[in-house]
Ligand binder design. Structure first.
Ligand SMILES: CCCCCCCCCC/C=C/CC(=O)SCCNC(=O)CCNC(=O)[C@H](O)C(C)(C)COP(=O)(O)OP(=O)(O)OC[C@H]1O[C@@H](n2cnc3c(N)ncnc32)[C@H](O)[C@@H]1OP(=O)(O)O
Length: 397
């Protein structure tokens, strides 16, 4: 429906840059709380006016929506009538942003404008079209095809363990995916593992002392998990093999989890002297009941894919031989569903617990920061680094 309306709108009004006037003078912004400052935002608005090439109607609609969200907040004006095609298309684009925070909208606006400017056209961020790589980074590969943005852990020789840089790349990928043309976003892993969790050398290789690394780690982790809590589109995990640590706990924030029958789910936090993250101290008991969650989070009980499915963490398990084919066929069909409807439904589902999730995330990060400085954790990491310990093997003291 939206596409038809938009096509009609385009016929009626070829120059939508004129229709979407960006009222710079009317901007009243609060104190910026994220990275894009008011100045960045205003610069971006000016940059839009200087664009040499028409960015296309889709992009202009997106810019309009982000601008309105950043300045006025969520759309709460009446929907224009069916014959007011242009304003209806603008309203729909704005409304689709749901309760996206003003600061995030402002940041996304700045990012989108910067991706349109000539200097960044050749940069690594790409243009979010169909079937193309949209983000180049060594260990996180992002591509977009058939309405699906795929974010792939791509460090198979290290079982896709997540480095500090990969946390940053994933946050950027999610930010881009939240406003790109795709309907759904999918995480998966390259090679035999889905992901072996946090790279245990993140802390040992960090510059500065442990105290500094732990403080930085807590900040990065909080921001990282926030980007999953706030992600507005359907988020799906295609778990192709074993998953460990944070790659498991994050699944509680996904909308659907499809697993190969060779996948396993392991959260060995006590073995590592650590504590749960990614809101799992809240989501896991809700998903699987407190008794099973305790086994998993306190005692590090590894779940098979079928067990994880029986306990509600996994949506469906597929035989390894047909896993990729079946899952991607299904996802391509899901990606054809009306995107606004999916976003709005997700927002309804998440709305009532978003605040709680942010609260839990903050508390888990504070707790983890202290854990990372504990002897229990430092010993466990040193044992791993010096090859004395691996999951499943008894730990030396
Ligand atoms: C400045 C600080 C910035 C911090 C940024 C934010 C921090 C956020 C932290 C969030 C907290 C998350 C908690 C967790 O995720 S806990 C889980 C951590 N993961 C593990 O404990 C897994 C450790 N790995 C293993 O036990 C085994 O490797 C394995 C996964 C069971 C696989 O065993 P297998 O025998 O099949 O294979 P190898 O052991 O030979 O592995 C191949 C190589 O991969 C390296 N590897 C694997 N996993 C990790 C890992 N998690 N961290 C670092 N390296 C890993 C392994 O060492 C091998 O490397 P090699 O070939 O060079 O020896």
């Amino acid at each position: 429906m939206a596409a038809v309306t938009w096509r009609q709108a385009r016929c009626w009004c070829p120059s939508l840059l004129q229709v979407f006037r960006f009222p710079v003078a009317q901007v009243h912004l609060g104190r910026p709380t994220m990275r894009a400052s008011q100045q960045d935002f205003e610069n971006a608005m000016n940059q839009v006016k200087l664009l040499k090439q028409d960015p296309g109607n889709q992009v202009k609609l997106k810019l309009y929506a982000l601008y309105k969200q950043a300045t006025d907040g969520p759309c709460n004006v009446p929907k224009p009538g069916v014959f007011d095609l242009v304003n209806k298309a603008k309203w729909e684009a704005w409304n689709a942003l749901g309760s996206l925070p003003k600061e995030t909208a402002r940041q996304n606006y700045v990012d989108l404008v910067s991706s349109l400017s000539p200097s960044s056209e050749a940069s690594s961020q790409g243009t979010h079209g169909a079937d193309e790589k949209v983000q180049e980074s060594k260990d996180i590969v992002v591509s977009s095809e058939d309405g699906i943005t795929k974010i792939m852990f791509n460090r198979p020789t290290k079982k896709n363990a997540i480095t500090f840089q990969m946390y940053q790349d994933i946050m950027l990928a999610l930010k881009n995916a939240s406003t790109d043309n795709s309907a759904i976003t999918v995480f998966t892993g390259a090679g035999d593992y889905y992901c072996s969790g946090n790279d245990l050398t993140n802390f040992t290789s960090a510059a500065g002392g442990m105290e500094e690394a732990a403080s930085k780690g807590a900040v990065v982790l909080r921001e990282f998990v926030n980007s999953f809590i706030d992600f507005p589109k359907p988020l799906v995990a295609v778990v192709n093999g074993p998953a460990v640590g944070i790659s498991v706990t994050l699944l509680g924030l996904f909308d659907a989890v499809y697993a190969s029958d060779k996948a396993t789910f392991h959260t060995p936090f006590s073995h590592l002297g650590q504590s749960p993250e990614a809101c799992s101290s809240y989501t896991f008991p809700r998903i699987m009941g407190s008794a099973k969650a305790a086994e998993v989070l306190l005692f590090g009980k590894k779940l098979t894919a079928r067990e994880a499915c029986a306990h509600g963490l996994v949506s469906e398990v597929f035989p390894e031989s047909t896993f990729e084919k079946e899952v991607w066929t299904r996802l391509r069909a899901y990606a054809k569903l009306p995107p606004n409807s999916m976003r709005i439904s997700k927002e309804l589902i998440r709305k009532n617990e978003k605040e709680k999730l942010h609260e839990v995330n903050a508390e888990e990060c504070t707790t983890l920061k202290a854990r990372w400085l504990s002897d229990e954790c430092i010993n466990a990491i040193m044992n791993f680094v010096s090859r004395k310990a691996k999951l499943g093997r008894p730990q030396s003291s």
